[in-house]
Design a protein around this ligand. Structure first.
Ligand code: SAM
Ligand code: SF4
Length: 338
């Protein structure tokens, strides 16, 4: 019989944390304009990235403390050469968490089957347009067909449900809201629109130049009948039945409709820094603990446990994007793990 977790990761506002977002690398094969500039190359030094053994030590401890869901992300997580091994080792941990991956899907065609066999449950694929030329314009890479091939492979492998993340930008792809939803309905994808957040490496985000949840709903409502799905729980997406359901569309409105009160997420960067929020200004250094040769394995686990709880004790009630004093975190989304 599997043992119950020894603890619960609860913060001072009573939020129980069960979901760990793990960045496997900060590197990426695309340059989505809302994420990083075309010439971005400010990567973390390889020696600073957690090894897979180190990652498993953190994960085993976090699972003991109540984490039961792991989302692998990045940067582009499928660029990590041993990503299949990472998934397999997570699956072999005592009390393996539900494991999914957020990916740009460029390498998914070759990896969907092996990832599924290794224990991956499902994928979130980022796709912002259905137009090949626009894809190239938005990502600075001509790889649209690879994404479609990756999506097809995910379906064949049984990585279900396939969720699609789309960020709309004004005057660039915001005319595609309804056509993307129609394509998602046709393909059986679960589409979620994400409001553009102030987390890009180039600092291009501006409140007046983002497409809001309200605007997205307006565009969708011109073509579909949308009605709110009543239960939300800790899920970031506000879900709407499309034409009476059962299909739904989601909107993740971090900026205009923050959902921090229900947040159950904590994040680990590829270089071993624990973050209690995407927008946190402070991190807790787990890598130095993992690499401290004066500590026994038990002492390392105890210190990681202590830092997990201390980090959550310092978690703010909200991300503060809408406060006049808001300052964008130094790390961009790609180096945090979105
Ligand atoms: N490379 C993978 C991908 O794109 O799916 C995983 C990492 S990416 C940082 C995770 C998600 O963050 C993607 O769905 C992407 O669209 C989203 N994202 C990146 N920058 C963003 C921003 N400034 N605002 C909102 N979403 C963003
Ligand atoms: Fe890469 Fe994902 Fe950022 Fe696009 S959103 S540049 S795919 S990390």
């Amino acid at each position: 019989m599997t043992q119950a977790p020894t603890s619960t990761l609860v913060d001072t506002y009573g939020r129980v944390h069960r979901d760990l977002r793990v960045s496997l690398t900060d590197r990426c094969s695309l340059r989505c304009t809302y994420c990083m500039p075309a010439d971005f190359a400010d990567w973390l030094p390889s020696a600073e990235l957690l090894t897979t053994d180190e990652l498993m030590t953190v994960l085993a401890t976090a699972i003991d403390e109540g984490i039961d869901e792991v989302r692998l992300t990045g940067g582009e997580p499928l660029l990590r050469p041993d990503v299949v091994d990472v998934v397999e080792r997570i699956h072999q941990l005592p009390r393996p968490p539900r494991t999914s991956i957020t990916t740009n899907a460029l390498r998914l065609a070759g990896l969907a089957g092996p990832l599924r066999d290794a224990g991956l449950e499902r994928v979130n694929v980022s796709l912002d347009t259905l137009d090949r030329d626009r894809f190239k314009q938005m990502t600075h890479r001509d790889r649209f067909d690879d994404v479609l091939a990756g999506l097809a492979a995910a379906r064949v492998a049984g990585l279900a449900p396939i969720k699609i993340n789309a960020v709309l930008m004004p005057g660039i792809n915001d005319d595609e809201a309804a056509s993307m939803l129609q394509r998602a309905l046709d393909e059986g994808w679960r589409l979620r629109f994400i409001e553009q957040m102030p987390l890009d490496a180039g600092g291009i985000w501006h409140r007046d130049k983002m497409v809001t949840a309200e605007q997205i709903l307006e565009k969708l409502s011109a073509a579909f009948d949308l009605s709110p799905v009543p239960v939300r729980g800790s899920a970031p997406a506000e879900e709407f039945f499309v034409n009476g359901g059962p299909e739904t569309v989601g909107i993740i409105a971090s900026v205009t409709r923050p959902f921090c009160g229900n947040c159950d997420r904590v994040r680990l960067t590829a270089d071993g820094q624990l973050r209690n929020c995407l927008f946190a200004r402070e991190e807790s250094d787990l890598r130095s603990v993992l690499r401290d040769e004066t500590l026994s394995d038990a002492e390392v686990a105890a210190e990681i446990r202590r830092r997990l709880h201390a980090s959550l004790a310092a978690k703010q009630p909200g991300h503060g994007i809408n406060d006049p004093s808001f300052i964008q975190p130094q790390r961009p989304m790609s180096a945090i793990g979105g």
